[in-house]
Design a protein around this ligand. Structure first.
Ligand SMILES: Cc1cc2nc3c(=O)[nH]c(=O)nc-3n(C[C@H](O)[C@H](O)[C@H](O)COP(=O)(O)OP(=O)(O)OC[C@H]3O[C@@H](n4cnc5c(N)ncnc54)[C@H](O)[C@@H]3O)c2cc1C
Length: 381
């Protein structure tokens, strides 16, 4: 079953998509079993992606990127969703996303220092916001950065950090003024080799088992004040500015994975027989598949409209929250129905649908939960 593609993508976007698909088949799929066992992806994966311009496709050439647009970054997410091995990989290639924070808020020195290395896959980025006691309520973070001469001294901890083990540079949300609420939040660029930067456990997850997700601890960790990304107290703005586009990457991934799940399930039910007929020939199977196909096609139309808005600079918070809410909730329904149509096979690791099912569950939680999406949408009504 062919995914329905719209005219929003240029031939250049489609050429990029082809390169990316080949890369995932050649450089992710053959290794995913070993990386799942290890609970971590080998760093060579990032360097290979960097060499082909796949790490940060939207970063301009003067900073080492291939000079594409954000749609290229969205294609990365969509294709990771549409690749069975992507379900185990976690954010992997999407770790290039925070490069946009550095591009938009970094000083000239910060951009020069970090962006070429991130684009080359030499430096792996992560964003560390969530703490053991708070995730949705970002302004409640407690990790403190106290000014001491020309330095900040950081103490605190983070949890559930994607790439927390592999990352070389973390964009860490800290409190620089505990009394100032959201205006007391700042972002610091923190190298993982600084004394006092301690990696905790690589957490064991329900799905996406090849991608590392870790605890981080900061113990009297010193960084120069020049590590501030954006102004002191401006951390919320730094983190929120890119949020609509970032949320769309999660919607993209959910859509790609939904399309893949439906295609895999169609193959399965055409082959498998029960009571002397193919599973696809039962009326119930046909109705379920018709419903999913229709809902995915509607989701695709809304998503492609969002992509067009990205290109016009018109994607707002509310619309991207709608895309994330709808497409990730739809993905949940798609995965559940597709596992059901596989019968017992759907519960087995050797059938990709089982990993797509567990990977999908996180999409309604990270990047803002479905409930937080509803707040965002309701605010604009
Ligand atoms: C695999 C994985 C990777 C992650 N990667 C990262 C990362 O790289 N960096 C990072 O910083 N974080 C990361 N996270 C954390 C993730 O963003 C948070 O888990 C998420 O934002 C939810 O926060 P929480 O877990 O604290 O849940 P809570 O905020 O405690 O929410 C618990 C429940 O209460 C609901 N709730 C909360 N507030 C309200 C409200 N006002 N009204 C109604 N319901 C509400 C939520 O929707 C949810 O259902 C990751 C998490 C996972 C599992």
């Amino acid at each position: 079953m062919q995914a329905e593609q719209s005219s929003v993508y240029t031939p250049e976007h489609e050429a990029f998509r082809d390169t990316l698909r080949r890369f995932l088949v050649e450089e992710l799929t053959p290794h995913i079993g070993a990386w799942e066992q290890a609970g971590i992806i080998d760093r060579s994966f990032w360097r290979r992606a960097g060499a082909l311009g796949l790490m940060c496709p939207g970063i301009p050439e003067e900073y080492g990127g291939p000079g594409g647009d954000f749609v290229h970054q969205l294609i990365v997410s969509e294709e990771l969703g549409r690749c069975a091995a992507g379900a185990s990989a976690g954010v992997a290639l999407e770790s290039g996303l925070p490069s946009f924070h550095i591009l938009n808020f970094g000083t000239a020195e910060q951009r020069r220092r970090w962006l070429p290395a991130v684009c080359a896959g030499e430096v792996i980025l992560t964003v560390a916001m969530t703490e053991p006691h708070c995730g949705s309520d970002l302004q409640a973070i407690r990790t403190a950065a106290v000014r001491d001469g020309d330095d900040y001294v950081i103490n605190g901890s983070k949890i559930y950090i994607s790439g927390g083990i592999n990352a070389d540079l973390a964009l860490v949300a800290v409190k620089t003024d505990p009394a100032a609420g959201a205006r007391g939040v700042s972002v610091l660029l923190v190298e993982s080799d600084r004394p006092g930067y301690v990696r905790g456990r690589n957490l064991h997850k329900m799905g996406m088992r090849a991608g590392d997700t870790a605890e981080l601890f900061f113990q009297n960790l010193r960084v120069p004040a020049t590590s501030l990304l954006g102004p002191e107290g401006g951390g919320f703005a730094v983190l929120m500015k890119e949020l609509p586009k970032e949320r769309l990457t999660i919607a993209a991934r959910a859509l790609g994975a939904s399309e893949l799940a439906l295609a895999l399930t169609l193959d399965f039910v055409r082959e498998r027989k029960a009571f002397g007929q193919r599973i696809i020939d039962f009326q119930n199977s046909r109705f379920v598949l018709a419903q999913l196909h229709t809902e995915i096609a509607c989701g695709r139309a809304f998503y492609d409209d969002c992509v067009a808005r990205v290109l016009r600079g018109e994607l707002d918070n509310s619309r991207s929250a709608m895309a994330k809410l709808w497409l990730t909730e739809l993905e949940g329904r798609v995965m559940d129905a597709c596992v059901q149509l596989h019968g017992g096979a759907g519960y087995m690791d050797e059938f990709p649908i089982s990993k797509l099912y567990t990977a999908a569950r996180i999409h309604r939680i990270y990047g803002g939960t479905s409930e937080i999406m509803k707040y965002t949408i309701a605010r604009a009504l």
